[in-house]
Design a protein around this ligand. Structure first.
Ligand code: FE2
Length: 330
């Protein structure tokens, strides 16, 4: 994936920040528990279609103390780029473009192998750098959720606790331990409490891994303190065919368009390129023109969809499971 990474011409990166050293900065440990989609009540046919068997893990260590310090220093230098949206209160996107430490951490092969082992499927860092090293900061508005109830439009991501979790109260990473449909029904009936799990991070430098498209989750409001930073890294399964849940609409409101559309085109071209390469290797010699055309069409489907999405003039929307959005997910 390293060769795929490109920094847009108009971005001036951090010149003198920390450099990533995996030996010094990583401390890769396994989670105590990995919850499967079956434990969330998903039916077997749904599990079979999902890219990974897992739903969410308990916290596990990713970074050493010195790795944590280097990440905190890198994030500090990026705070000039923070933004807000209706769903997320205070965040930084595209950090891997600016920070060499974050770029090398996100693309590190040891981390990738570790995440693959936990997920039960070989993964790749998400090819779009905009999905690498997403940073959620503490909302400036008191009582506001860090991130509202939602499912992700990436297939797999870890949420790494950067702040000292004893330095604030509230601000929990929370999820519904049930299917998406059950979570939404429980929210409508306001019966959500019995299903909600509040994650207690035992310390900074620890992460949870989730198949975020299958788990309804949020980060709740802080009740005390003003420092809570998390770092979210996304992955795709290293498979030629998988159900890509990403949506350009999601990014239109939060990412600069001069970067987003080109990154989207590169990502979808990457997916189609893999499908076309498989077709070159495996297409049978046959007179069946219909079969050949269907295979060609399937191989370029991502590119065709990207053209339609990029041409769409609408402003996009970042869905959360607030009152207005509930009907969209039923
Ligand atoms: Fe999320």
């Amino acid at each position: 994936m390293n060769e795929f990474f490109r920094v847009p011409e108009n971005i001036d990166g951090i010149k003198d920040g920390p450099q990533f050293n995996p030996k010094e900065h990583l401390q890769l440990e396994m989670p105590e528990k990995v919850y499967g989609l079956d434990e969330f009540g998903y039916r077997q046919d749904i599990i079979d279609q999902a890219p990974y068997p897992i739903a969410v893990t308990t916290p596990f260590r990713l970074l050493s103390e010195s790795g944590l310090k280097a990440l905190r220093d890198s994030i500090e230098a990026l705070k000039v780029h923070r933004k807000n949206s209706e769903r997320m209160a205070n965040f930084i996107r595209g950090s891997a473009f600016y920070s060499p430490f974050i770029r090398d951490f996100c693309l590190n092969p040891e981390v990738n192998e570790h995440i693959s082992k936990i997920a039960g499927v070989k993964v790749l860092p998400h090819p779009m750098a905009l999905y690498q090293g997403h940073i959620n900061l503490c909302p400036e508005e008191k009582g506001r959720e860090v991130d509202r109830w939602h499912t992700d439009t990436v297939t797999l991501d870890y949420v790494l606790m950067v702040s000292d979790p004893t330095a604030y109260k509230g601000g929990h990473f929370e999820y519904f331990k049930c299917t998406k449909g059950q979570a939404i029904k429980a929210m409508i009936r306001e019966e959500s409490e019995p299903h909600i799990v509040k994650v207690e991070f035992p310390g900074a430098g620890m992460a949870i891994l989730q198949q975020g498209n299958m788990v309804v989750h949020r980060a709740s409001a802080l009740t005390e303190g003003s420092e809570r930073t998390t770092f979210v890294q996304s992955f795709i399964p290293d498979k030629v065919n998988f159900n890509d849940v990403s949506k350009l609409d999601d990014c239109k409101l939060v990412d600069p368009h001069d970067i987003l559309y080109s990154e989207w085109a590169r990502y979808k071209a990457f997916l189609s390129q893999r499908r076309l390469a498989k077709l070159c290797r495996e297409i049978p010699y046959t007179e069946d023109k219909n079969k050949i055309c269907l295979e060609l069409r399937a191989a370029i489907r991502d590119v065709e969809e990207a053209i339609l999405e990029i041409s769409d003039p609408s402003s996009g929307r970042l869905i959360h499971l607030g009152q207005d959005a509930l009907t969209d997910h039923l």
